[in-house]
Design a protein around this ligand. Structure first.
Ligand SMILES: *Cc1c(COP(=O)(O)O)cnc(C)c1O
Length: 406
């Protein structure tokens, strides 16, 4: 079979939309264009009905009540609403939030904002495998703590945090637990009741739905949680998020959730088998290391560093044919290598030479085979030209060399 290039292995950045999602959305652009808040005519009722149906589809996937689903423009907005909204709503109770250094920027930057508003934030360091230390978490709780914000599955390394244990600690101390589950929902079973989650964000475009739509789950009982709206207006979404609902996007997200509900188990098995094949093959390369805990990990993610290979060269070697992310500066706006990999304790060299493989629903075995060949060839070729590799092979202890920094 002919292989279409380039191959897309960056599903943690965004997923292609499932054609079945598009099909569900299409009628709502032109024919059924009503405003879901229009109460006086059938155009509005049709839109409202579609939103209600989608809300049920979303709720079902995460074992929530439909009333607990707040639609947003994506996970970035949901993260902001959760953190700033809890900070404002529970100001009389305390001003302290606990999070971790490997969180998504939308969580970290919302926490920075809270600090500017007089809040206190503890940023937990993670262990070398990317997991937080539960004892450290519990010790960080004070009588001013109102929120623990720890993500479900990490977008760069795929590590899944011990969510049940975290929620038990939160519950024990009467602290709310918010989790950014953008990489987890639709990929692994997420159950807000069993997992003890009070607030949770996720996003359409990470689960084969459309961009520009997401969810904040806000628990309604035991305890009843509230967040202060960050956008003022018509009082949509139970007053927590004003703005005319993105009906097409919401319909698409609902359909995406339904598909994940039905197909997640098989898909996870298929993707983890391909991911493991890829990882096993690439670890045949000398001085290749997996980043992050491999026992508690999302099924579609692998992050591997190739020592003594320069990150930018690595990307240039194959990025005409394979689309994926690297921990190196060249793929991002900043010059720093991935802060997540640095938080695991990786040096700049290993962080720069890392690749993130994000498999998805449309990844095929042929694509994985091609990728294994292409990456292996590139790494070996780059090392042939690398003075560092030569020194390493001659037995020079490279880690002991003091490099001149500029
Ligand atoms: C992609 C992502 C986000 C941001 O989601 P948007 O819907 O694009 O705003 C937040 N958190 C995690 C873990 C993500 O992977």
């Amino acid at each position: 079979m002919e292989l279409n290039l380039p191959i897309y292995l960056d599903n943690n950045a965004t997923t292609p939309m499932d054609p079945r999602v598009l099909e569900a959305m299409l009628p709502y652009f032109v024919e059924k264009f009503g405003n879901a808040a229009s109460r006086n005519h059938s155009f509005g009722w049709v839109a409202e009905e579609a939103v209600d149906y989608a809300r049920e589809q979303v709720a079902k996937l995460i074992n929530a009540d439909a009333k607990e689903v707040i639609f947003t423009s994506g996970a970035t907005e949901a993260n902001n609403l959760a953190i700033k909204g809890v900070f404002e709503m529970y100001a009389s109770k305390g001003n302290h939030i606990i999070t971790a250094t490997t969180e998504h920027k939308a969580v970290l930057d919302a926490c920075k904002h809270v600090e500017k508003m007089g809040g206190q934030v503890t940023y937990l360091e993670v262990q070398p495998d990317g997991l937080i230390d539960l004892q450290q978490l519990e010790s960080a709780i004070t009588d001013k703590t109102i929120l623990i914000a720890i993500m479900y599955g990490n977008n760069e390394i795929g590590v899944i945090q011990p969510v049940k244990e975290i929620s038990a600690i939160a519950r024990k101390h009467g602290v709310l637990f918010f989790t950014d589950a953008t990489q987890a929902v639709g990929k692994v079973p997420v159950d807000v009741l069993a997992d003890g989650i009070d607030l949770m964000s996720f996003s359409g475009h990470k689960m084969y739905g459309p961009k520009g739509v997401g969810v904040l789950y806000v628990r309604r009982k035991n305890p009843r949680v509230k967040v202060t709206a960050q956008m003022d207006g018509g009082g949509h979404e139970r007053g927590m998020r004003s703005g005319t609902l993105n009906v097409t996007g919401i319909v698409g997200l609902g359909k995406a959730c339904e598909l994940c509900m039905n197909e997640m188990a098989d898909e996870a098995e298929r993707l983890s088998a391909m991911r493991d094949k890829l990882e096993k093959a690439l670890l045949q390369i000398e001085e290749a290391y997996v980043n992050g805990n491999t026992d508690h990990r999302l099924p579609h993610t692998a992050n591997i560093s190739f020592k003594y290979v320069e990150g930018e060269g690595l990307m240039m070697g194959f990025n005409k044919n394979i689309a994926l992310s690297s921990g190196s500066a060249c793929t991002s706006a900043s010059l720093e290598p991935s802060y997540v990999l640095k938080a695991l304790g990786l040096g700049d060299d290993l962080a720069h030479s890392s690749l993130r493989f994000g498999l998805g629903r449309f990844t095929t075995e042929d694509q994985i085979d091609f990728t294994i060949d292409a990456i292996t060839t590139t790494v070996l070729k780059l090392r042939e030209m690398s003075p560092l590799w030569e020194m390493y092979k001659e037995g020079v202890d490279i880690d002991a060399i003091e490099w001149a920094h500029h």
